[in-house]
Design a protein around this ligand. Sequence first.
Ligand code: ADP
Ligand code: MG
Length: 367
Amino acid sequence: PTTALDVTVQAEVLKLLKELQRETGMAVLIITHDLGVVSEIADRVVVMEKGAIVEAGTVREIYKNPQHPYTQKLIAAAPGKGAMHEPGARAEPLLSVRDVRKTYGSFEALKGISFDLMPGETMAVVGESGSGKSTLARALLRLDEPDSGTALWKGRDLFALSPAELYKLRRDLQMVFQDPTQSLNPRMTVYQLISEAWVIHPDILPKAKWRERVAELLVQVGLSAEHMSRYPHQFSGGQRQRIAIARALALEPQLIICDEAVSALDVSVQAQVIELLDRLRREMGIAFIFIAHDLPVVRDFADYVMVMQQGQVVELGTVREVFDTPRQAYTRALLAASLSPDPDAKAGHLASVPAEAADILIPKRSH
Ligand code: ADP
Ligand code: MG
């Protein structure tokens, strides 16, 4: 029930559930793929695979001493345990964003956003829903025109390009959305979905090579060549997201903006997709703007983290700076609300969400 929610709203909902349970003595059966939620709320866990229970026990037994290979895999896949990236020296930015503003009527969705992104670097963008993350992504690609500001792409201002110039440059900047069911046309085969990129940008690849290249791309994202004649509904959510990534790769981009691209996926599928993105980054030097509400995933994947609140950047630093020594109360509250699957780390979570967190995190809105 909390999968699609912000960590902070999730923390509120789980707190409420626990309170109700204490007051009324009701039993709760909670179905989730999030091990952090399990550790926070459950006494006992049953692990299911392919229609059968493969393991059952207390949270501690399951987490500390998983017996079944599937449980072991699930626990190993939980994000937030790897080494943090130490980004290298910064030189010529690939993208240099200054003072981007966007209003909807009288509502200021972006109040002057600035940051730099180097080639091959990953900038995570976090913040509760409504903070302006998707608006920023759309503004950068001019899917929704910003009101003012500049976004220098290798020195050229994306916001000042003519439609024809923008059209040419678009192939360098691709976007992967949260919900592949909505971003992939259900009436097109995988072959059509991926090769559509070359219909739009014919100079990339002659038509005779399309089948071969689609097959290559499918293998590259962990699918297989036979999949090209299928339709999106014939795939699982994780596979569909791989198709969306293959489609972005077809244009050989230098920057991919992922807007909550792994948020809807199961932990183990999510780990596989992150691994895929990580490989693309290493092998092809692709830069990422990685919008996510899942902080453990960000911790494992990002070089830099930008924290947004109400259309503003409230904190920006390396992943280590932001996670180890957050400077803003807002960032600390966000981190405290993020759940760990480790039952021993539990005391450090919901209990330690600062009392004022709800006020910091769920501000009174003027609109
Ligand atoms: P996030 O992605 O961080 O959840 P969004 O960028 O989607 O947030 O939205 C930021 C704010 O802008 C929200 O308050 C949202 O309601 C508002 N907003 C976004 N798109 C529009 C729109 N097309 N018209 C009016 N308001 C919008
Ligand atoms: Mg969004």
